[in-house]
Write a protein that binds this ligand. Structure first.
Ligand SMILES: NC(=O)c1ccc[n+]([C@@H]2O[C@H](COP(=O)([O-])OP(=O)(O)OC[C@H]3O[C@@H](n4cnc5c(N)ncnc54)[C@H](OP(=O)(O)O)[C@@H]3O)[C@@H](O)[C@H]2O)c1
Length: 233
């Protein structure tokens, strides 16, 4: 399978890349920072020398670049088997006092990125009559919490995107899965003072995404909800 992952330079995206590569699947990766992306590619190529890894950096919060990423994927002329819309950013804040522009930025990074990347490649997937799209939502897509603010709004919107796409893609044989993780230890949590033992590992989410991609064509995991054993923070 060819597995396309956005936000693959670190965190959940990189963990998902590892799980698919361990199982012999080829990767097409992107993130915003070129250096971080190429470090991740080096790591993956060293650990899994038989796996083909292609990578190019794009700022997916910019509509033109999200579309360019999609066009680059199409130019590779590969079957698009799995697309993981994972790139995202958490800016904590509250609706009543976060800086002006926070919502616009959160929507651009967390929602429009997935929307434009998906729209750029979806006709190819429809022609293929198959494929699987994962959208990395959050428990912040399901439940409001203090300091959620614009981030939570953007993740509710991403869940709306995902459930709409699921309905639309049913007759085309394309699966759509919304992933709703609670807290999982990645760079987003560095310096937060939260213990690694209190929250999930990035690999926990990666394993569930991988497993959901293994089912028969007639089965679709619509939602994956994961929380730390002790519940949300
Ligand atoms: N970790 C959690 O507890 C948790 C819980 C629920 C949901 N999530 C969601 O899971 C996803 C991954 O989170 P994470 O914790 O792994 O985050 P992370 O460690 O901060 O990594 C974020 C990834 O997204 C990329 N990215 C950010 N802005 C981008 C942009 N404008 N264009 C392209 N790539 C961009 C980053 O690329 P560069 O660094 O190269 O710029 C990086 O690869 C996010 O959507 C997040 O909201 C995370």
């Amino acid at each position: 399978m060819n597995v396309i992952i956005t936000g693959a330079s670190r965190g959940l995206g990189k963990a998902i890349a590892h799980v698919f590569a361990q199982n012999g699947h080829d990767l097409v990766l992107t993130s915003r920072s070129e250096v971080a992306l190429y470090n991740a590619v080096q790591e993956l190529m060293t650990m899994y020398p038989d796996v083909k890894v292609k990578a190019k950096a794009f700022d997916l919060s910019v509509k033109g670049q999200a579309i360019e990423f999609g066009q680059w994927i199409l130019s590779l002329d590969l079957s698009i088997d799995v697309l993981v819309n994972n790139a995202g950013l958490f800016d904590p804040g509250s609706v009543h006092n976060e800086p002006d522009g926070t919502l616009e930025h959160m929507l651009a990074v967390n929602l429009y990125s997935a929307y434009h990347v998906t729209r750029s490649v979806i006709n190819r997937m429809i022609e293929q009559k198959g494929g699987h799209i994962f959208n990395m939502c959050s428990i912040a897509s399901l439940k409001a919490y203090p300091n959620g603010g614009a981030y939570s709004i953007s993740k509710y919107a991403l869940a709306g995107f995902s459930t709409n796409l699921r309905e639309e893609m049913k007759p085309h044989g394309i699966k759509v899965t919304a992933v709703y993780p609670g807290a999982a230890y990645t760079d987003s949590w560095e310096g937060s003072g939260v213990s690694r033992k209190r929250i999930m590992e990035a690999n926990d989410i990666a394993k569930m995404v991988y497993m959901a991609a293994q089912l028969s064509p007639q089965a679709c995991v619509e939602e994956i909800v994961l929380r730390p054993q002790l519940g949300d923070l």
